[in-house]
Design a protein. Structure first.
Length: 399
């Protein structure tokens, strides 16, 4: 597959390089300005200055949207309108409007719309998710609490240092893969909004039960991640001593013994290439655009909670064909009611206009029946968790 790269976001460049390295895809052109080493890594594609040059090329089957936050929504919209497969780096925008609009456009075109969310696909996350049960079974029993500590040498929040751009909170995809959808979100910062260089605390509750607590600390001497899952019988801990891309260790106690699984340094990009190919070939993929929508909704909830100093209750909106139909019918219904009122007023002077009310009502009812006459598109498959990788080492509890 030939694809184009719009922008210079590091995640987009890494995925583009992984697509090229797979040998199954080639980068036709890019709008980014890169060094000769990066261009060689990308297969020495053509360098163009206008996005339309890439979108006008019929040989380009997919587009990777990796522009700056200010232009990313426009690039995403234009790429979808060109009727190609689209991959977009996270976040697509600081608000959810473009995510909903993109979902509607994708439903119309039928092409793949794929979010770039690598963190939740770590094999350690998939393994740890097996410990979170709602019954009193397994090594830790019924799930009660999840804590997530994330220390970074630089900034933790995405775009926090960019003026005029609302920051994005990391880790929502990890929380959702472990505990499911979030029902309540509470965010704490020193002021009414997060500030660069200062820590942020997140807390809340999952819809299916269980609490979570997240600590985001920037400007530390070294990167360090830790996830702890606490249940009625015990706890399991997943640790990245060198940060997310480094080796990881999963520790828990089972059968009177301390156990540990080791996960080698993780490169997420080949996994994302495979996930994208699954989506293109209509096979189950661990990522779908609804994940990006949820991430943006949770970002908005966290920002509102920080500003208003209170818990934000999640009211999720499904960005799908059914919701789009209902929204359109609501607008038409409101317009029809106003039209009936105008006709009634006009009928006082022009009695014949009153006969227009019945055709309007009949036309609206026929539009309602279209939903049953036209078959709906099947829903996208739910995310599929990958098989865990790693070796289990049983250690005696007395050691």
């Amino acid at each position: 597959m030939r694809f184009g790269l719009l922008g210079e976001h590091p995640d987009g460049v890494d995925l583009a390089a992984a697509l090229v390295d797979s040998g199954r895809h080639s980068l036709a052109a890019t709008t980014g300005v890169f060094s000769s080493a990066i261009m060689a890594r990308l297969g020495n594609p053509a360098r163009v200055s206008d996005v339309e040059e890439i979108l006008a090329d019929e040989a380009v089957e997919a587009v990777l949207v990796a522009g700056t936050p200010g232009v990313r929504p426009a690039l995403l919209r234009r790429s979808l309108q060109s009727e190609r497969h689209v991959v977009c780096v996270h976040p697509a925008d600081e608000k959810t409007d473009i995510a909903y609009e993109a979902a509607m456009l994708q439903q119309d075109t039928g092409y793949v719309l794929f979010p770039l969310l690598p963190e939740g696909l770590h094999p350690g996350i998939a393994r740890l998710s097996g410990f979170l049960t709602r019954q009193d079974i397994g090594p830790i029993g019924s799930f009660r609490l999840l804590t997530y500590d994330r220390h970074a040498t630089g900034e933790v929040l995405d775009s926090i240092a960019e003026e005029g751009v609302a920051p994005a909170f990391p880790g929502w995809d990890i929380l959702r893969r472990l505990g499911g959808e979030l029902a309540e979100v509470s965010s704490f910062a020193d002021g009414e909004e997060p500030v660069a260089g200062l820590p942020v605390l997140l807390a809340g509750r999952f819809e299916a039960g269980g609490l979570f607590q997240v600590t985001l600390v920037p400007g530390q001497p070294a990167s360090y991640w830790r996830l702890v899952v606490i249940g009625t019988r015990g706890q399991a801990t997943l640790t990245w001593p060198q940060g997310w891309n480094g080796p990881a260790f999963l520790n828990w106690r089972e059968g009177g013994q301390d156990r540990e699984e080791y996960f080698e340094r993780y490169d997420p990009w080949p996994t994302l290439v495979e996930a994208f190919e699954c989506a293109v070939s209509k096979r189950p993929s661990p990522l779908r655009w609804q994940d990006e929508v949820r991430m943006l909704e949770l970002d908005g909830a966290a920002r509102r909670s920080t500003e208003r100093r209170r818990v934000d209750l999640m009211d999720y909106q499904e960005a799908n064909e059914q919701v789009g139909f209902k929204g359109t019918m609501t607008l038409l219904g409101c317009g029809m009611l106003w039209g009936v009122i105008v006709i009634l007023v006009l009928s006082r002077w022009y009695p014949w206009t009153g006969w227009l009310i019945l055709p309007l009502l009949l036309a609206f009812m026929l539009l309602q029946f279209l939903r049953y006459l036209i078959p709906a598109k099947p829903d996208e498959p739910p995310p599929v968790r990958g098989k865990p990788a790693g070796s289990e080492i049983a250690r005696d509890g007395e050691q």
